[in-house]
Design a protein around this ligand. Structure first.
Ligand code: AMP
Length: 280
């Protein structure tokens, strides 16, 4: 395992491997790694000659400074985990390696897909994500890049960003990795109390029940009402639940077999924001 902290050293190093016709799989992360990240890294290892993981808590995607400050940082453990599964390289930059002084996020126009859900509740978030991932792609120049469908809207944003920025990379969306009880793995889960952790599988449980209602012939609106009602007497505060077309991320009025759709949820356990989604 080699750890790079400067893109000026990393970029030519990776280019040298690509000149030898090696494929490079890349997984951008914000650290505090768990089995969800590792499942993505393992896919990359299986599908590429070399795998590189970046660990960078990107300031420009946090609209809430407290959230940025509280974001868990566990770099030593992260590097140990990545070494144990056979990741080849880690890129661990300081903010100054990616951003000029006082540089903020670039402003993108993604049409509908950055206006809804996370875009609506976290203003500026996706400009920050697209900005940093474009910078990371230019620093690494990977063959393939791996993203989790846990952040499905992010996957759609990245697909659009690479088109607009004309970056040549294959985007590889990967399924959500869950704990045995169904809870979507997340770096934020380590902030949950034991009671909150015990209760958290409720979120996925309700999503699955929602899918069951669809199969019984209920409309998207009826499923949404069921989910909202279910959260009223729960330990969680529902921020949003919506069912959208997977392509444009706009709400659907009816389920259609030829239009892939997905239900997206955000719920708070105390001050911890949990996100999940399910295919409908
Ligand atoms: P993060 O460090 O939270 O920015 O996540 C880095 C990447 O790992 C993103 O593409 C996430 O979607 C993905 N990821 C995080 N948690 C999971 C999970 N439970 N299952 C699948 N992918 C995940």
């Amino acid at each position: 395992m080699v750890v790079f902290t400067e893109k000026d050293k990393l970029t030519p190093f990776i280019q040298n491997l690509k000149n030898q016709d090696k494929t490079i799989g890349f997984l951008p992360t914000m650290g505090a790694l768990h089995d969800g990240h590792l499942s993505l890294a393992k896919s990359s290892i299986a599908q590429n000659d070399y795998t590189i993981v970046s660990i960078f808590v990107n300031p420009t995607q946090f609209n809430n400074p407290e959230d940025l400050e509280k974001y868990p940082r566990t770099e030593e453990d992260d590097i140990q985990l990545l070494t144990s599964i056979g990741v080849d390289f880690v890129y661990l930059p300081q903010v100054s390696d990616l951003y000029n002084e006082n540089e903020g996020a670039k402003t993108y126009d993604f049409g509908t897909i950055d206006k809804v859900m996370e875009g609506e509740f976290r203003p500026g978030h996706f400009d920050g994500v697209a900005t940093v991932v474009a910078k990371l792609f230019r620093a690494v120049n990977p063959t393939r890049a791996y993203f989790g469908e846990k952040d499905f809207q992010q996957v759609r944003i990245i697909q659009e960003m690479v088109k607009q920025e004309q970056i040549e990379v294959e985007i590889m969306p990967m399924p959500i990795h869950r704990a045995e009880n169904g809870l979507a793995l997340s770096s934020r889960n380590m902030r949950l109390s034991t009671d909150q952790l015990d209760a958290a599988p409720f979120i996925y449980q309700i999503l699955k029940e929602g899918v069951g209602l669809k199969e019984l012939g209920k409309t998207p609106q009826e499923v949404i009402e069921f989910v909202k009602e279910s959260f009223k007497n729960s330990n969680f505060e529902l921020e949003y639940f919506t069912i959208t077309d997977e392509e444009n991320l706009l709400p659907i009025e009816n389920f259609k077999n030829d239009v892939p759709s997905r239900g997206f949820i955000v719920a708070y356990a105390g001050d911890i924001r949990l996100i999940d989604n399910i295919q409908f």
